[in-house]
Write a protein that binds this ligand. Structure first.
Ligand SMILES: Cc1ncc(COP(=O)(O)O)c(C=O)c1O
Length: 397
């Protein structure tokens, strides 16, 4: 029989985070008491006002196709948030709504990449960027960073990787997996580099509302000179605890990108779910008080997780500025009891100690594992107790 799979599909790796979630579900279905630090989603119920809006939309009979790039109502709600939160002006025609921020990113890479085009990703990066770039025929170019400098890239290191083939730089702050924000100084230096080399920036700002210690968010489009060069990606999954409803969006002044991503969507998925769009209108336009409450809870869990991790001999982590991930340095344990990297350690924790976490390798750092603290405090306490004894076992082995 002829080789059926394309080279593209053959080279694609499955999402590490979703793979761990699947393994965790499998163990749980066998009755194993697994502590889940793998999930990249809030553990709160979707706020009632949002669920009610979805029900009302169904009852109004809104169960048909909508415009491909989202309803005008939702685009207006997105524009309203950009204006109210950051003073950024976008019109509905600058916005494309998709089935999650992941889908928006996928569409953007499909729209801008020709074979051989390079896209700069700053390590540690969200697992899907390099894979999506490669799937579109592009070359992900990775810029390494140092944990000692809070994973903030040196501007010279970024500049060195810019070539004639570079089309865009992908940003994500606060970051999944590190939780760090970039400094204003770095964002401004990057803006000058982007201008000098005629680049675009794809700024994945999905965790902008989950920023701790009273920090203020700086969207990349607000950095002087950057609005016309930025495609901002965001969504309602994390901010409003509605990951399964699958609504994300992009906003950009570049109407060519709006048109191309809408065309790609029109020939692939068509519009995002009509009911979910109605829910997202309510999420973005209604009172924003739950966001503040959820952020407060995440912040307290972040404090607890950081303290417990840093108490375990051999483990260390930077206190995250935002998002809900602890990026834990495990380098002390590499080489012990056959643990050759982050996947081995994650496998050992899951199989022997029943704690699910995500290996750092697919995020660009094999010296780390990622623990999500989007889970209750008693679960954090129990999971960290298990990790502590797993580490002691490895050290004594
Ligand atoms: C950095 C980052 N970007 C994008 C997404 C995708 O979010 P969604 O597709 O649910 O909107 C995620 C989800 O884990 C993420 O962590």
């Amino acid at each position: 029989m002829k080789k059926i799979l394309s080279q593209r599909a053959g080279q694609l790796k499955p999402s590490a985070t979703l793979a761990i979630a699947a393994k965790e579900r499998e163990l749980k279905s066998q009755g194993v008491d697994v502590i889940g630090f793998g999930a990249g989603e809030p553990d709160f119920p979707t706020p009632e006002r949002i669920r009610e809006a979805a029900k009302r939309s169904l009852d109004r009979g809104e169960t048909f196709y909508t415009p491909v790039g989202g309803t005008v109502e939702l685009k207006k709600a997105v524009a309203h948030r950009f204006l109210e939160d950051y003073g950024l002006e976008y019109k509905p025609e600058n916005i494309v709504v998709s089935c999650g921020a992941k889908h928006s990113l996928y569409n953007i890479f499909q729209a801008i990449i020709d074979p051989g085009d390079e896209i700069i990703c700053l390590a540690p990066y969200w697992v899907s960027y390099p894979e999506m770039v490669a799937l579109a025929g592009g070359k992900p170019v990775i810029v390494e960073t140092s944990e000692k400098k809070l994973f903030e890239p040196e501007i010279e290191a970024v500049a060195k990787r810019v070539s004639a083939e570079t089309k865009a730089i992908v940003l994500n702050y606060p970051s999944n997996p590190t939780g760090v924000m970039y400094s204003t100084e770095f964002l401004e230096q990057l803006a000058r580099l982007v201008e000098a080399n005629d680049l675009m920036v794809i700024s994945d700002e999905i965790y902008d509302k989950l920023l701790f210690d009273g920090r203020k968010y700086t969207p990349f489009a607000t950095v002087p000179g950057m609005k016309s060069r930025t495609v901002t990606v965001n969504g309602v999954s994390k901010t409003y605890a509605m990951t399964g409803l699958r609504i994300g969006y992009l906003a950009t002044d570049n109407v060519e990108i709006v048109k191309a991503t809408t065309n790609i969507q029109s020939q692939s998925t068509s519009n995002p779910c009509n009911t979910a769009q109605a829910a997202a209108v309510e999420a973005l336009s209604g009172p924003q008080s739950e966001v503040v409450e959820m952020r407060g809870v995440f912040e307290r869990r972040r404090d607890m997780m950081t303290e417990l991790v840093n108490q375990v001999p051999g483990l260390s982590m930077i206190k995250p500025h935002g998002a809900f991930y602890a990026f834990v340095n495990i380098s002390e344990f590499i080489g012990k009891k056959g643990v050759s990297g982050s996947s081995d350690l994650a496998g050992y924790l899951l199989e022997k100690h029943h704690v699910a976490c995500v290996p750092g390798g697919p995020f660009g750092s094999d010296d780390h594992i990622r623990l999500s603290f989007a889970t209750k405090k008693d679960i954090i306490a129990e999971g960290m107790k298990r990790i502590r004894s797993a580490c002691a076992e490895l050290s004594n082995g």
